[in-house]
Design a protein around this ligand. Structure first.
Ligand SMILES: NC(=O)c1ccc[n+]([C@@H]2O[C@H](COP(=O)([O-])OP(=O)(O)OC[C@H]3O[C@@H](n4cnc5c(N)ncnc54)[C@H](O)[C@@H]3O)[C@@H](O)[C@H]2O)c1
Ligand SMILES: [Zn+2]
Length: 371
């Protein structure tokens, strides 16, 4: 077992890295003993791991309860949030009760937001079960739901009290979701860690074929990568918890990516795939703005493609895409904001970049020849 602390004064918490649920009871004990503890999950994940997590809650002296929401990004909305809160009330949760998110980023975001809002805040624990949630969404305290107008437009900064990463849960994750989580891994290399990026360049070609053939290798192969990503995220969040500056670098690829997700109805691409498309567009844009050289664009594209991730922007109306950028909450006070790479491992925040070059970028990224 490995551990890491997210340093946030009185809101500091640990991230525990393991390959089984055996240590979960001991980890939960300080938080759930004597408390009603509701496991928020979905009908895909709960049958796989719900029993083990419920048993750990009981062994830790808590009373396990369950609330399930339907599976999928399309349900990350206010309607489902209300249903979850109603079920919290039906389970007679009090301010001393605990919410445990068991699932991917969708469950973590919705359950975390529900925990932040129920009775003005009840303790919250993350048990992430996708690669994306283990390297990114379970750490840092961003919670929320989507509106029709855009992704994550309603939410709260609400830190968990513990993040329990069991790498073995990735054994049941399908390859597409694993590749999608890997997009966020590549993001960390691009924004903060040249060494990580180079390591990924060395190991990614053929990796997912190998892991598909021998899934048992997944936890071992990904363990160091997951921990490194969490270290980077913990470090960024510790410096800028509420995104007044530095934390925005974590949004690299996301302004383009959120537009792709939103305008394709959250069904065609999963989040990580949209982020891959968004990172490629961001790099092409940075190239056009003279911020980086062509080799950066090519290296990132090669790595994304080696991971089997899409890079080609879907055919969408350019004006609709740009309107969607303005709605993205990462844009501040009516202006456009992008996180763009200058070299591998370094990005910059750019406000109100050249619109003509932005349109050219979208045009170029939509061409099949560029895929
Ligand atoms: N809060 C943040 O900081 C942050 C950061 C990045 C992404 N996000 C959000 O995270 C969401 C994406 O998360 P995601 O990629 O984990 O998607 P997801 O939660 O939809 O999970 C992907 C799929 O895998 C299934 N699944 C989960 N764990 C499994 C397992 N171990 N075995 C088998 N199936 C499993 C899920 O039921 C789902 O069908 C988006 O809504 C995105 O906005 C949030
Ligand atoms: Zn993301």
């Amino acid at each position: 077992m490995n551990e890491l602390t997210v340093h946030l004064d009185d809101r500091s918490y640990g991230i525990v890295f393991t390959t089984s649920f055996t240590p979960l009871a001991e980890q939960l004990q300080p938080f759930v003993a004597g408390r009603r503890s509701v496991i928020v999950s979905n009908p895909t994940v709960f049958p796989l791991y719900g029993e083990q997590v419920s048993a750990a809650v009981s062994a830790a002296g808590g009373t396990p309860l369950t609330v399930l929401m339907p599976d999928g990004e399309a349900y990350k909305n206010l309607g489902e949030l209300e249903k979850i809160l109603d079920q919290f009330a039906a389970h007679s949760l009090t301010r001393k009760s605990v919410v445990i998110a068991l699932g991917g980023g969708v469950i973590g975001d919705v359950a975390g937001f529900a925990a932040s809002a129920y009775m003005r805040g009840v303790p919250f624990i993350q048990v992430p079960t996708t690669l994306l949630a283990q390297v990114d969404s379970s750490v840092g305290g961003k919670t929320g739901v989507n509106l029709t107008a855009g992704k994550n437009l309603v939410g709260a900064f609400y830190q968990p009290q513990l993040v329990f990463v069991n790498g073995n849960t990735l054994l049941t994750l399908d390859t597409r979701e694993c590749r999608a989580g890997y997009a966020e891994v590549i993001k960390y290399g691009m924004i903060a860690d040249t060494v990580l990026f180079t390591q990924l360049e060395e190991c990614t070609t053929g990796l997912f074929d190998e892991l598909s053939a021998s899934p048992a290798l997944i936890p071992d192969v990904l363990a160091d990568i997951i921990k490194r990503c969490c270290e980077i995220k913990a470090d960024v969040v510790a410096q800028d918890e509420r995104e007044s500056g530095l934390r925005a670098i974590l949004n690299y690829g996301h302004t383009f990516g959120h537009a792709v997700e939103n305008l394709t109805g959250y069904t065609r691409f999963v989040h990580g795939e949209a982020v891959a498309i968004g990172m490629h567009a961001a790099a092409v844009f940075a190239g056009k703005l003279g911020m980086c050289d062509e080799s950066l664009v090519a290296r990132q594209k090669a790595l994304l493609q080696a991971a089997g991730l899409p890079v080609q922007f879907p055919a969408l109306d350019t004006d609709a895409v740009i309107a969607s950028f303005y709605r993205d909450k990462k844009s501040s006070s009516g202006s456009l904001r992008f996180v763009l790479p200058t070299s591998i491992g370094t990005v910059e925040i750019v406000d109100d970049p050249n619109l003509e070059l932005l349109k050219k970028t979208l045009d170029e990224c939509q061409k099949p020849s560029d895929a």
